[in-house]
Design a protein around this ligand. Structure first.
Ligand code: FES
Length: 148
């Protein structure tokens, strides 16, 4: 397999649309070389960066935050395992938070979520007179407040 990938090959292997790859490149998240024809060519290790970008977005990082993270990687060589490990360790808390959030989302689908709608029979017990509104805006039990 060629060391340098065309944008089509990068797209095919990563599952990310070529337009998104160009966008990542415009944002400085990935880089290409220009072939003699002027077409973009990507080093194979860019696949790992793209996977990182996709998953970081799923964890909830913004593209600016992802850019900041990627700038911590060495620019003069292919990042090694320990470089990536350094990047992902602060994510643990964020991922744990996200898991807890998704669990609440899953478990709350049939429960009162404290959103102020008072539309379920359970709301009368879980959120009488929209008591949850005192804690702030939004579905309070979904964002982590306890039902009282
Ligand atoms: S589901 Fe909206 S207040 Fe209970």
């Amino acid at each position: 397999m060629a060391e340098l990938l065309t944008i089509g090959e990068l797209s095919g292997r990563s599952g990310v649309a070529a337009s998104a790859l160009r966008f990542y490149e415009d944002r400085g998240l990935i880089a290409s070389e220009r072939a003699g024809s002027g077409h973009r060519r990507y080093a194979r290790e860019v696949l790992r960066r793209v996977a990182f970008i996709v998953f970081a977005q799923r964890v909830g990082l913004t593209l600016d935050e992802i850019g900041e993270e990627l700038r911590k990687l060495p620019g003069d060589r292919v990042p090694k395992r320990r470089d990536w490990a350094r990047l992902s360790s602060p994510w643990r808390a964020r991922i744990d938070e996200r898991i807890a959030e998704l669990e609440r989302l899953r478990d709350g689908l049939t429960e009162c979520i404290g959103c102020g709608c008072l539309s379920l029979d359970r709301c009368r017990l879980a959120n009488p007179d929209d008591r949850a509104a005192r804690r702030g805006a939004g579905p309070r039990y979904w964002v982590g407040d306890m039902r009282s």
